[in-house]
Write a protein that binds this ligand. Sequence first.
Ligand SMILES: Nc1ncnc2c1ncn2[C@@H]1O[C@H](COP(=O)(O)OP(=O)(O)OP(=O)(O)O)[C@@H](O)[C@H]1O
Ligand SMILES: [Mg+2]
Length: 462
Amino acid sequence: MDIAEVLTLADELIFAKTGKHLDYVQEAILRGTLQDTTYTQIAQEVYSSPSHVRNVGSQLWKILSKELGKNITKANFRTVLENSKIYNYQSAIVENIIGESITVNNKLNICREKGRSPKTPQNPQPTAKQPRIDLGDAPEISTFFDRTSELTTLKQWILENRTRLISILGLSGSGKSAIALQLIQHIQYEFDCIIWRSLRDAPPLQTLETDLIQFCRGGAPVPAPEERATTGGLPLQYLRSHRCLIVLDDVQTIFSSQQLAGNYQPGYENYGTFFKQIAESCHNSCIVLISWEKPREIAALESHQKNCQTLQLNGLGEPAREIFIEKGLLESENWSKLIDIYRGNPLWLNTVAAAIQDLFSGNISEFLSYDSLVLGDLEYLLHQHFQRLSDSEKQVMSWLANQNKAVEISKKPAILELSASEVLKAVESLRRRLLIEKVQKGDRTLFTVQPAIAEYIKTNIK
Ligand SMILES: Nc1ncnc2c1ncn2[C@@H]1O[C@H](COP(=O)(O)OP(=O)(O)OP(=O)(O)O)[C@@H](O)[C@H]1O
Ligand SMILES: [Mg+2]
């Protein structure tokens, strides 16, 4: 059975009905259904919960039933396809459904169209080429909800635009590592080798390069560093001859604490040259940097978007409700409020949901009735961000956190012992760390601090 053809067909139907293409969960459900796998197995494959996958499946079957005029379920999908002769098994070409052709909404006769959907299926099936993969110490992610548009953007940059250097930036717990792992699942067959390394222990660049080259060469002896220097340094030659996807996690470790964002620690400045070289040199590979802070040179490199792009990973938004379903939280009418307060950060929401269960027996109103926000275990997470700030950044954060609303930075009070340019630099740096939010009001640009961070500052920074 040609799964790719079914996915293309389903994509056409869903696109005609909803204006959106199949997302990766829908696609996994269709593929899994044709391969007789259970929702639980599909959920494992997409790092999601069985309940979420079941919900998405139920919506999918509803749309397909309506479009095809048959009652379709997971249990009968395969049989309906076979009985309806959707396939011509010999040629594996979508022939017709229930009669001569498919008519969608009485308008679009998709089987007679020569052109394909604007998009091919998202997860191409494994071809003969299997990538070599070493995920090293990548974290294990048990559930994964949504992030459809972010994944689409990343795939477009990597597969269509051939962007060479991509940064995924976000606060701790926003799901940077999770989305990168999900991305690997989606695009692995496009690469010869995939390697994931955490910079948590701040390896010198030479150590990292040796490690990368060793992997790219499949364990063959690595040329000495002096020899590598004469051949253009680094693994560039390998990145040209092989299409590699290199994910470097926890990149913030190589930046200095108590300084403005993105300044390399002494001895790590050569990473900056390495990143620049990756973005500007000609090769077929892609390096994804995962970090709390934006490396300094990235801003300049971004002006050439084909080479370098940044994804700022914001909150999950409404799909974060799945976290509360999983945690068995009550009072669904208050869920959006929690998502807003914690800006949809999956780790924070998981932490808070667990605390609400434990301390308030799942009663959100009681949790919210406290005068100040209960931070609990979040305090430690926020502390990790704050200990990295420079003095000027701490002062600006304290000022902003103690305002009741977003303010213009030109309105800085005299009590703030910083010059206008110091304030500007601090604000720019805090933006690079995603610690302050920008609010546009007409032609006025205002800045504010999200509630959990403001609470942390009020209680911890005097
Ligand atoms: N899309 C998602 N759906 C459900 N859970 C998620 C999602 N993204 C992340 N999580 C959960 O949130 C937690 C934090 O995710 P992750 O480790 O990816 O964050 P991070 O941004 O890499 O944090 P850090 O910067 O501290 O490494 C994990 O337990 C993960 O399972
Ligand atoms: Mg991470």
